[in-house]
Design a protein around this ligand. Structure first.
Ligand code: FES
Length: 222
């Protein structure tokens, strides 16, 4: 009898398991995908491909950090890894510049940022090369910002380095500023024909993204 009583007395109610990291992660995921306004999610994915959701970003990040993990773990993630293919595809763009005549520019988009592709005239190239580079706020020659033999092709982000406005000067008829390049009307930054900052509050030149000519007329950005 005493044994029976002892057994009953020693029965323990099931102990509630502590929240695992996985559960916590799921709740975090739910909270960030379900409760946060859509614009916040887009900001988080600012340099991702269109349509990529925060959940995708989390999966991609997870795969990246788990890259040195066991093969057994990697296999179930194959389908998730394929979701990143879209992102990788838009990590670079190819642009045929055949139609851009000397003196013309186009605006395109890369990783959700505006990009200016400009075919400088011989006079604009000459003007850019006449500048005393050492006197510039952000000292760079035109050659530093273009490719050898293609100095007329100036490719920059269309994002003012002051506070991020899109400068004028790429489209036909737009004001090019006092130095014949780009002008940011937000606070008055003037860029020259090599898109170098010459006047106004912008601290640096317009950014030249990574790019390469993959043929005589096609440029790959990114
Ligand atoms: S954002 Fe261009 S000058 Fe301020």
């Amino acid at each position: 009898m005493s044994t029976v009583k002892k057994t009953k007395g020693s029965e323990k109610k099931p102990v509630k398991a502590p929240k695992s990291a996985a559960v916590a992660d799921l709740k975090t995921d739910k909270a960030t995908t379900g409760d946060v306004p859509a614009q916040d999610i887009r900001i988080e994915n600012n340099d991702q491909a269109p349509g990529v959701r925060r959940r995708d970003f989390i999966h991609i990040a997870t795969v990246s950090f788990a890259g040195v993990g066991a093969v057994a773990v990697a296999m179930p993630l194959v389908s998730q890894m394929s979701a990143s293919a879209d992102v990788l595809a838009l990590a670079s763009i190819e642009v045929d510049v055949t139609a851009i005549q000397s003196g013309q520019s186009i605006k395109t988009s890369w990783r959700k940022q505006p990009v200016f592709i400009r075919n400088l005239t011989p006079a604009e190239v000459e003007d850019a090369n006449k500048v005393d580079v050492g006197a510039l706020r952000d000292p760079q020659s035109l050659a530093d910002r273009t490719k050898p033999g293609k100095e007329n092709w100036l490719i920059t982000l269309g994002v003012c380095t002051h506070l991020g406005c899109v400068p004028l000067g790429a489209a036909a008829g737009e004001v090019k500023g006092e130095y014949g390049g780009y002008f940011c009307p937000c606070h008055g930054s003037h860029y020259d024909s090599a898109a170098r900052i010459r006047k106004g509050p912008a601290p640096t030149n317009l950014v030249v993204p990574e790019f390469a000519f993959i043929s005589d007329t096609v440029v790959k950005i990114g």
